[in-house]
Design a protein around this ligand. Structure first.
Ligand SMILES: Nc1nc2c(ncn2[C@@H]2O[C@H](COP(=O)(O)OP(=O)(O)OP(=O)(O)O)[C@@H](O)[C@H]2O)c(=O)[nH]1
Ligand SMILES: [Mg+2]
Length: 224
């Protein structure tokens, strides 16, 4: 291999950004706007009706703060059963739990889902979790006030947002939620690398050992 080819290969290796694959799962009672949210994020558009029986997954590449993410977004559908939650829990990195601010039952469902995700896996908590109150354009029909949703988010140790996927600002609001979750995920990942620290300390111990040996050899040679 010529020197130039080697050099260009090295440069291309340096410039290649690392891609993080992150799985985002959308959960919540039927009709809260999960599919509307995903479609808004992927296409910027709001379409009134979606096929509600189909669970869909999408792949999307996003660049946030210079980090390239390959997002696998799972839009769950239908009744939220314990079996479904169990399955999602093992698949996801980030969970968005949606409810409609105009539907108290959907808020209670969101609370149940959140408690299940946070309490049932104390050793492996989600790396990103957000409680999202959707449809805040329906202010006249509001059944869930912000303070109680904030209290629930505090109890679940997660972030809280109120948005309207259908409003003109829907795309920006949805993107903000997802981007914040990805930043939270990155922060979590930074503190979650014991193997890397372990190998660094192992390396420094090795270096320390070599230094000591060198010193002892030097001391011996001085003694002779
Ligand atoms: N007013 C209002 N309606 C919305 C909003 N977001 C979604 N919708 C409507 O709510 C209905 C349900 O939306 P979907 O996205 O199908 O809900 P879903 O959570 O995917 O429902 P399932 O797939 O059945 O679990 C649709 O008629 C949407 O047009 C919003 O922000 N405001
Ligand atoms: Mg749907």
């Amino acid at each position: 291999m010529s020197g130039q080819t080697m050099q260009s290969r090295k440069i291309s290796q340096i410039q290649q950004p690392s891609i993080k694959t992150v799985r985002i799962v959308l959960l919540g009672q039927e009709g809260v706007g999960k599919s509307a949210l995903v479609v808004r994020f992927l296409t910027r558009r709001f379409i009134g009706e979606y096929d509600s029986n189909l669970e869909s997954s999408y792949r999307h590449i996003s660049d946030i703060d210079g980090v390239v993410f390959c997002l696998d977004i799972i839009d769950t559908a239908g009744e939220v059963t314990e079996r479904k939650l169990q399955q999602c829990r093992s698949q996801g990195d980030i969970f968005l739990i949606l409810y409609s601010i105009a539907d108290r039952k959907s808020f209670q469902e969101a609370a149940n889902i959140g408690k299940y995700l946070q309490n049932d896996r104390p050793l492996q908590k989600p790396k990103g979790l957000a409680l999202v109150g959707n449809k805040n354009d329906l202010e006249h029909f509001r059944e869930v006030v912000k303070p109680e949703a904030r209290d629930l988010a505090t109890e679940l140790s997660c972030s809280f947002y109120e948005i309207s996927v259908s409003e003109r600002t829907g795309f920006e609001e949805v993107s903000d939620v997802i981007h914040s979750c990805l930043r939270q995920y990155l922060k979590h990942a930074q503190y979650d690398r014991p193997e890397r620290n372990a190998s660094v300390s192992y390396l420094s111990k090795m270096k320390e050992g070599i230094k000591k040996r060198r010193n002892s050899i030097r001391r011996k040679s001085v003694a002779f």
